[in-house]
Design a protein around this ligand. Sequence first.
Ligand SMILES: Nc1ncnc2c1ncn2[C@@H]1O[C@H](COP(=O)(O)OP(=O)(O)OP(=O)(O)O)[C@@H](O)[C@H]1O
Ligand SMILES: [Mg+2]
Length: 510
Amino acid sequence: MSAVAQEVTPQEITTTPLVEIRNARMEFPGVLALDGVSFDLRPGECHALVGENGAGKSTLAKCIIGENTLTSGELFVGGQRVPKHYDVRDSQALGIAVVHQEFQLMEEMTALENIYVGNYSKRGPFIDRRAQRARAAELLTYLGVDIHLDVPVKYLRTAEKQLVQLARALSQEALVIILDELTAVLPENDIENIFRIVELLKRDGKGIIYISHRLDEIFSVCDRYTVLMDGRHIRTGDVTELTKPKLVELIAGRELSQVYPTLNPPDDDVVLQVEGLTSDAFFDVDLEVRRGEVVGIAGLVGAGKSELLLAIFGDYKVKKGTIRVNGEAVSMTSPRKAIQHGLGLIPDERKRLGLNSALDVRKNATLPSMRKFKKWGVFMDDEAELRKSYDTLESLQLRYSNLWQPTTKLSGGNQQKIVIGKWLIADTEIFLMDEPTRGIDVGAKSEIYRLIAALTAEGKSVILVSPEIEELLGLSHRIYVLYEGRIRDSFEGDRLNQSEVMTSLLGAER
Ligand SMILES: Nc1ncnc2c1ncn2[C@@H]1O[C@H](COP(=O)(O)OP(=O)(O)OP(=O)(O)O)[C@@H](O)[C@H]1O
Ligand SMILES: [Mg+2]
């Protein structure tokens, strides 16, 4: 081989970044979301984009796909500077696709329709439906999943919806795939599948921007990392040169030592007792929660965990069974009744259930406790309402501009904090938490853990659902395993360990 040929190796040719951003600045009214950020993505790499809630990760992603326009700075795709009025259509044509943090699927449409909506592979003037179907089936095989193409996506499991979004990205022949908290709602075994897919994509020379608050994932699949804080670029480097405590420090700007706080032992009195509760999603569920206790519920996606919490909260149709609060049988026929009995629900799909997008931050925070802020039972005591929502949201370190802004403008994790805040304001006695730390950054996560410990120390109780076994083990006094709608086991004391719970969770015979 000649010297010249050796100089230009294929590897060097492909080192032109797939995407490069120089000195990006992005302003929203009153918020500087990106402040001089530079970033590049190489072919075949998975690049982690990490930082606290509100650091600017999703904003950067949206600039790359043309959903946001940079206030200043330069964006290059495949070495070419993008045109002036670069938008989502352009980015799609250039092979950039995103799988968003919040679902972007049309719930009533089928998986097949969702894969192709707004993206038509044409044969002449007609859409070649047969070719589309064949290609979609091929993509799902590539992704290693078995999803019925003709079922409306609302009937699919969360993990399956995520994969439909991913299939849509691949159907657009994407070279760059942005995964914005794709795994936030997935249990461990579905995440393993995502890792496998990321490796496949990397091998095909595609670039992946991987946004996640689950730091272990970064070490499993990412090659490089970029940390943002308050819209500023903190550092980019190789994951191999990083440790987890170091990464936590870069993200939080401080050292976070002990992750899980020590919980006080619970009292003996049972505050919540569920007997023989049955619906179409779970059967004959018996469980007990004592005062000051954190009861974890583990189970695979589809095991009925969320439905069980909803039912206890009076928001899911029950066929039979009883619920007792402080020993008294109550009929939980509506959330209003549940709230009256001191229950509060932090649901898992905050966009759909947790917040009202028509209301501002303050109203969302005080919605279930309006009665508390009535003067002489008639007038709203605005000042008290304001003070309470301000104090509570500040204690949760909410990142927002003001109490009158719509919640839709807040970053994902900050929306979750408002959901938690509103039940704190409502003086809830029994918190039903369905994945409360989903999409929450490391710093805020440990705040929430501490909050749970503080709540239980005050004699409040918590039922906690989480897809992260480690989190459940770290926070629960006791764990029930729900398997295909039935309580399969309950663990406490010495048996409260990873291998026991995992074995039960997966339904393995012991
Ligand atoms: N459409 C918008 N209008 C006004 N402000 C916005 C808008 N979108 C985002 N912001 C603000 O920009 C900042 C960055 O938000 P962004 O969504 O990029 O954060 P993030 O790093 O993705 O956080 P998270 O981990 O919580 O998802 C936040 O302060 C947010 O409130
Ligand atoms: Mg985000």
